[in-house]
Design a protein around this ligand. Structure first.
Ligand SMILES: C[S@@+](CC[C@H](N)C(=O)[O-])C[C@H]1O[C@@H](n2cnc3c(N)ncnc32)[C@H](O)[C@@H]1O
Length: 280
C-alpha cells in the first residue's frame, strides 16, 4: 500500500478514539523515520512490508487505548521532545504553565545562588526545562520511583543539563541535605473518587504511583508541605500543581502549615484552579 492509503486507513481505524486527529500521521511518520512534509510529498510511494507491519501493530495498540507518546517513546514539552516510558507520567500542557509561573517568580526575585527542588520529577520535564531557562540555578530532582529517575536522567543528558541537576531517589524532601529556596512539585493529585471515573488510556497505561493522591487528592501534597516546614529558607516559596477542584482545600492547608506566609491558588488557561503559590 502507499503512504496515502496507509494514512487514510489509519485515520479511519483511530477515528472512534481520536476523531480527526494527527495520530495516524504521527505513527506512520515515526515508523518511516520521516517528517510530515515527506509524507505529504510522497503520498504515492509504496511502503515496504516491514514498516507496513509495524505501523499496523502500532495502530492496533493506539486503537486499544495506549497513549501515542508511549508508542512513540517520546512526548513534547515546550520545545523539547522527552523520552517517556510507562514508568513516567506523560507531561501535560498544564505543567508547562507551572514552569512559566516559576520563571516569572525567578525573574521578579533574581537570586545568584537559587537552589530549587523538583519533587516527583517523573520524566524530568520541570527540572530540565528550568535548568535550561535558568542556567545559574542549582536543581535537585527527586522521585520515589527509580525507573522514573532513570528516564529523567537520560533526558537531562540528552539536553545537556545533567551536570546542573542532582537526582535523588526518595520520599518527597527527605533526600535533601540542606535547606532550599524554592520547591516546585507536580505530585499525584487524583482523588479516589476521580480514579474510578478516569479514562482507560490513563488508568491502564500511566503509572498509578504518579496519579493517585488519596481520598481528597491531597495526601502526598499534605506530607510535602509538612516536610517543607523545616526545609524551606525564610524567604522561600512553593509552587504546586493540583487538581482543579482542590484550590480552596490546598490554600487552607498551606495557611494552616505556614500561617505567616501568603498562599493563593492560580488558574490554568482553562480558568480552573490548577496551581498553588505559597510565599514565605
Ligand atoms: C504527577 S507525576 C509528575 C511527573 C512530572 N513532574 C510531570 O510533571 O510530568 C508525579 C511523580 O511523583 C512521583 N512520586 C509519587 N509519590 C512520591 C513521593 N512520595 N516522593 C517522591 N516522588 C513521588 C511519581 O513517581 C511521579 O513520577
Amino acid at each position: 500500500m502507499t503512504i496515502k492509503q496507509l494514512l487514510a486507513m489509519g485515520e479511519k481505524v483511530l477515528a472512534n478514539r481520536y476523531g480527526v486527529g494527527p495520530e495516524a500521521r504521527m505513527l506512520l511518520a515515526y515508523v518511516l523515520g520521516a517528517g510530515d512534509s515527506y509524507l505529504l510529498a510522497h503520498g504515492e510511494e509504496e511502503v515496504a512490508a516491514a514498516p507496513h507491519t509495524t505501523y499496523l501493530a502500532y495502530l492496533q495498540r493506539a486503537q486499544r487505548g495506549e497513549p501515542i507518546p508511549y508508542i512513540l517513546g517520546a512526548a513534547p514539552f515546550f520545545d523539547l521532545r522527552l523520552k517517556v516510558t510507562p514508568a513516567v507520567l506523560i507531561p501535560r500542557p498544564e505543567t508547562e504553565q507551572l514552569v512559566e509561573l516559576v520563571m516569572a517568580w525567578a525573574k521578579r526575585r533574581p537570586q545568584p545562588d537559587l537552589h530549587l527542588v523538583d519533587v516527583g520529577t517523573g520524566s524530568g520535564c520541570i527540572a530540565i526545562t528550568l535548568a535550561r531557562k535558568l542556567p545559574q540555578t542549582h536543581i535537585t530532582a527527586i522521585d520515589v520511583s527509580p525507573a522514573a529517575l532513570a528516564v529523567a536522567q537520560e533526558n537531562a543528558r540528552t539536553y545537556g543539563v545533567a551536570q546542573q541537576i542532582d537526582f535523588y531517589e526518595g520520599d518527597l524532601l527527605t533526600p535533601l541535605t540542606r535547606p532550599i529556596s524554592l520547591i516546585v512539585a507536580n505530585l499525584p493529585y487524583v482523588t479516589d473518587g476521580e480514579w474510578t471515573q478516569l479514562d482507560d488510556g490513563v488508568k491502564s497505561y500511566e503509572p498509578e504511583l504518579a496519579l493517585r493522591g488519596g481520598q481528597d487528592g491531597l495526601t502526598v501534597v499534605r506530607r510535602l508541605l509538612e516536610q517543607a516546614k523545616t526545609r524551606l529558607l525564610p524567604s522561600g516559596a512553593i509552587f504546586l500543581e493540583i487538581g482543579w477542584q482542590q484550590g480552596a482545600a490546598a490554600v487552607t492547608l498551606a495557611q494552616q502549615l505556614f500561617p505567616e506566609a501568603t498562599g493563593e491558588s492560580l488558574p490554568d488557561y482553562a480558568g480552573h484552579d490548577r496551581f498553588v503559590y505559597i510565599q514565605l
